[in-house]
Design a protein around this ligand. Sequence first.
Ligand code: ATP
Ligand code: MN
Length: 442
Amino acid sequence: MKPKTRTGLPGMSVDDIHRTHYSDQIQDSIVGEEISIAGWIEDVRDIGKVAFLTVRDIRGAAQVILSNETLKKAIDTPRQSAVIVSGVVQHSKSKDFPLELKAGKIAIVGEAVHPLPIDPTGRVESSLDKRLDSRALDLRNPKTSSIFLLRSKVLDNIRMTLRSEGFVEVNTPKIIGSASEGGANLFAFEYFKKQAYLAQSPQLYKEQLVLALDRVFEIAAYFRAENSNTVRHLTEFLSVDIEAAFINYEDAMDLAEEVIKNVFRLQMADRKDSDALNDLSKIPIPDSIDRLTYEDCVEELCKEGEKLEFGDDFTDASLRTLGKLHNGFYFIKDWPLELKPFYIHEKEDNLKLTQSFDLQYGYLELISGGQRQHNPLKLRKRLIEQGLNPANFDRHLEVFGWGMPPHSGWGLGFDRLMMVLTHSDNIRNTVMYPRDPDRLMP
Ligand code: ATP
Ligand code: MN
């Protein structure tokens, strides 16, 4: 059966549907031409003889003029319904729209309910929670969609940078048979008759892969049972991971810097997409990123009156203090051995320290990385020191006897990077369907 258009409206069957133009393609050069646009009714204005519709699509909005009684019936359609309009482009007297489409035909192809759960124009504000409950509709708000248009471009840009540095994109398993980095925060589930886990990171796999592929990167979601409701943790988050053979941790920091700088260059070149966001120019493109040591930071914090000793981890409060002392991006490197996972390489000249780093933006940790231990005997020893059972890592450790080169890498919390780029104070803003201890839907 042929789908029908709404009764009482000048007909176009769904078979006629063919968008010829997006709203931003309505320009002087096509005045007088007959075109079709498609989108959602945002506003209607009836001024008597004629009426106006504002039709929004992903690229902007267009004005449609309805100039006879039959066409004017379209203004009874609930707002946010999906429509296709064809007509002729003409000059308009409106302040907001220099050009408009003089409708010849309108098809209401997807009617919206009334009232909607949230107002996607943003005029009536809703809490983040409510917006997340109706995320697909929230995404029709340009302020929300611009975050995700930017997100897609930034991912592209990072892929480009890494490929140009000789990295190959890989995909490692997310269903794993043993804990990759020790027990905490793992989601476990029954896998046929066995116990399996969701991957917390690609750490062990990406290290194995440098032995053959030299330089690898992966962009994927990971899962952590973080039972704390913070603005920077989700139970499912996207991570950009790299691992490279024959590089040290300073080289790995250089690569992180290059990735970040290229993202900022893209952002500046591409401001239009982000207009709906806060003023992005407030974030300066970093020239080079300071590399402080963990011990520098301890000293700074002590000067600020905090009671800290070597070996203490930085609390949230400490990180906020450091964030105030160091605006923007900075590295914290050379962390104490006991604060880092078993696979991190110690410093040759001070065995209490490691060749490790975090990249911070203010208080927010974006990246952790470092040089890895590639000596299987030392790696086994480190596992024991950290209370892990080397037997659970047999399949991993054996790989280190197959000509494992020295290697380094890092993991970048991509959703957190998006927080920085969009001035967002909550990671949930930058993820389409965030997952946290309370939220499993939609
Ligand atoms: P944090 O101390 O902030 O919990 P972490 O040190 O446990 O982070 P890593 O294991 O170093 O995290 O992971 C590398 C990066 O992945 C982090 O720097 C962060 O950007 C991101 N990340 C880690 N856990 C989460 C999470 N639960 N939600 C969002 N991003 C995360
Ligand atoms: Mn970390």
